[in-house]
Design a protein around this ligand. Structure first.
Ligand code: MTE
Length: 335
């Protein structure tokens, strides 16, 4: 039985206070103004833009969720000048099959997810295994804001300002042994709070995986927030993965376990349909899905009647940052 709720119903660890989402939106308008020359300060530093945005934010509406602002990320590729997707679209058009298979199901149903207390078990081939609470993880490194293009295997895309830090920060801290070649990500599968975990659509829990060098790439983000606030439940609260050069399903939500292993993990979608969803799942416009082309994409929010589809970019536009990870690999074979 699915009960509809509003945004207030989401349960988060920190009380809601500040309107970071408003700050965020105001900053975008300011940047747009600057780009068009109206503000006449094209060389202003990020810091002064931030200060300016903060100053005008007092008129913005209050945020729904607790603030989680991040400093501008120094990681190459962490910013795109593409127009950011509306928060409303990013938080109501979701894939989170534990809460239903329709795009609108997670926003309606995920209020039952209990995100506090929360911990992530670190295990396997690692020198410092153990249970890390959400608070431990939040403290581990400074929160950065990264505006990433996201491309779903289904042919749509969004641009989302995520908040978190490079997964490599956590990995360095827990010290994997030299035998660790892959990282497996296991997500919550709680039939009491996740109404579709009993369904047969996938073999639960939802599991994803990365090769160690992919997990260590600075672009791979351990993510706690978006749009300057903590993650809404439907986007994978309280902690998820974001790997922007791969199809969206690699971005495991609501993580409970990170396991270091010497074998390639069996991932949920690969187990469900190996010919359609490979382990690597790098965004690649030259390799079609068996049932559709991957050459173009529909940007959510630009889908008017006459909106043109966009060309999908190799590695989702992050080739300069990650192309070298796949040197010598046949990307038609290693899908
Ligand atoms: N994680 C879990 N646990 N369950 C899921 O069903 N769906 C994946 C991924 N992570 C999924 C998941 C898919 S198919 C996509 S496209 C992205 O989450 C969507 O993330 P978003 O809703 O934040 O855009």
């Amino acid at each position: 039985m699915l009960i509809k709720t509003d945004q207030q119903g989401f349960n988060h660890p920190v009380p809601s206070e500040i309107t970071s989402q408003g700050v965020y939106e105001n900053r975008r308008s300011l940047m747009k103004l600057m780009a068009s020359g109206v503000a006449g300060a094209a060389l202003a530093s990020w810091a002064s833009r931030e200060a300016h945005a903060q100053a005008i934010s007092s008129t913005a509406r209050p945020g729904k969720l607790a603030a989680l602002p991040g400093v501008k990320s120094p990681v190459a590729g962490a910013l795109t000048m593409d127009k950011v997707t509306d928060y409303k679209d990013a938080s109501t058009y979701n894939n989170f099959y534990e809460f239903g298979t329709d795009k609108t199901d997670p926003a309606q149903n995920a209020h039952t997810l209990k995100t506090s207390p929360w911990s992530v078990e670190i295990e396997g081939l690692v020198k410092k295994p153990g249970k890390y609470t959400l608070e431990d993880l939040l403290k581990l490194s400074a929160q950065e804001e990264r505006i990433y293009r996201m491309r779903c295997v289904e042919g749509w895309s969004m641009v989302i300002p995520w908040v978190g830090y490079s997964l490599s920060e956590l990995i360095k801290k827990v010290e994997p042994t030299s035998a660790a070649k892959y990282v497996e990500f296991v997500t919550l599968a709680d039939p009491k709070t996740m109404p579709f975990v009993g369904s047969r659509v996938l073999d639960w829990p939802y599991v994803e995986g990365l090769r160690m060098d992919e997990a260590m790439n600075p672009l791979t983000l351990l993510t706690f927030g978006m749009y300057g606030e903590v993650l809404p439940n439907q986007n994978g609260a309280p902690v998820r993965l974001v790997v922007p050069w791969k199809y969206g399903f690699k971005n495991a939500k609501s993580l409970v376990k990170i396991r270091f292993t010497d074998k390639q993990p069996a991932t949920a979608w690969n187990k469900a349909a190996a010919s359609e969803y490979g382990f690597y799942s790098n965004v690649n416009p030259n390799v079609d899905h068996p049932r559709w082309s991957q050459a173009t994409e529909r940007r959510i929010g630009e889908d008017g009647l006459f909106a043109k589809k966009r060309k999908t970019l190799m590695f989702n536009g992050y080739e300069a940052q990650v192309g070298q990870l796949y040197t010598g690999m046949d990307l038609k074979k290693f899908i």
